[in-house]
Ligand binder design. Structure first.
Ligand SMILES: O=C(O)CCC(=O)C(=O)O
Ligand SMILES: [Fe+2]
Length: 334
């Protein structure tokens, strides 16, 4: 079994493993925590006069959708366990609760990560929660596109800085709710991790209908006809090689689409976003170094937020967190 998993990952650049996370003991407590986050968002917006009601009687999905519609925003930062790269001021909200932390250090998850990158495992801070309401119910931005939608073609290697070029980073992706094809799961190009790091264009709009302008890999640079969607059930986890070309489909369902993407790399290798805090998730060599205190994790992000408020202001990016790509590459001509 484990040989098959390792072989499949090596050949295809991804592997989906069913039933890794227990829905009741791991995922439900996370959903419960996020009810509190949504309460906070509703209170803040209501007090600021930006919504007509706190919508306390609505279920999670409908309440979030209503708030997005009235404010014409997705409010992703409220839910995320990460921070903006620039212009951090006025303490942007984020969520690093204990149930979330519990998933980061889940033993079943780390057992598979260990098979793929070895036993000394660091939690890489390139990490996001993505809650995407049905596109048909979402307000549109200035360009007429939904305020949060499908993820364009990219490699995760392309979102870290050059210091992490030799880092053996692995992405883990799982959904909090079942994610059938119509909900907009990951869409991957099997085997595309063999072609090296491809050009990511900053504001590319040549990928055809359904692909919004933005940072992405032009589809002529890889075998884009081979892409396959990876629908998931609660508890399944997808593992991605850092050079696998992937994106996500649009959420054309009636339900929210809700995922976590967490990354890990061998201890001691650069995370490619050094100003953000990672931690030792597993170490056979030094078990005492494993972080198991959710409060300490939360404090590391609070400290990071204070540091970020002193750098990368007003269009500056003296601390590189993200953008290794420049405009004007010949690959980006349309
Ligand atoms: O969930 C998504 O829309 C995109 C996730 C992704 O690109 C990733 O997990 O690396
Ligand atoms: Fe990705």
């Amino acid at each position: 079994m484990s040989k098959t998993l390792i072989e499949q990952f090596a050949e295809q650049g991804f592997v989906k493993v069913e039933g890794v996370l227990d829905p009741e003991s791991v995922l439900d407590p996370i959903i419960e925590e996020y009810h509190g986050v949504l309460d906070q968002l509703a209170s803040d917006l209501y007090e600021a006069g930006k919504i007509s009601s706190k919508f306390e009687d609505l279920p999670f999905d409908a309440r979030l959708i209503k708030i997005c519609q009235e404010t014409k925003q997705a409010h992703s930062q409220y839910f995320d366990f990460s921070l903006p790269f620039q212009g951090v001021q006025d303490d942007p909200p984020f969520w690093t609760g204990p149930a979330v932390f519990n998933a980061f250090v889940n033993a079943n998850l780390l057992d598979i990560v260990e098979q793929l990158i070895g036993p000394e495992i660091y939690s890489n801070p390139v990490q996001h929660v993505r809650i995407k309401p049905p596109e048909k119910l979402l307000p549109k931005n200035d360009l007429g596109n939904p305020v949060i939608g499908a993820t364009p073609w990219h490699q995760d290697h392309g979102v870290v800085t050059e210091e992490a070029d030799d880092t053996n980073m692995i992405t883990t992706w799982f959904s909090l709710t079942d994610t059938p094809v119509e909900s907009g799961p990951l869409n991957v190009v099997p085997g595309s991790h063999g072609g090296g790091l491809l050009t990511h264009c900053l504001d590319y709009d040549g990928n055809g209908p359904g692909f919004l302008p933005g940072r992405q890999i032009p589809r002529r640079l890889f075998e884009n006809d081979d892409a396959i969607p990876l629908p998931t059930k609660r508890g399944d986890v997808i593992f991605l090689h850092k050079q696998l070309v992937h994106g996500s489909l649009a959420n054309v369902s009636d339900r929210i689409r809700w995922s976590f993407d967490l990354r890990y790399n061998p201890i001691g290798q650069s995370t490619g976003r050094e100003i953000f805090p990672g931690f030792v998730a597993r170490s056979h060599a030094n078990p005492a170094s494993e972080l198991r205190d959710a409060d300490e994790w939360r404090r590391s992000w609070l400290n990071c937020r204070a540091r970020m408020a002193r750098v990368n202001q007003e269009g500056m990016d003296e601390v590189k967190t993200f953008s290794r790509w420049a405009d004007g590459h010949p690959d980006c001509e349309t």
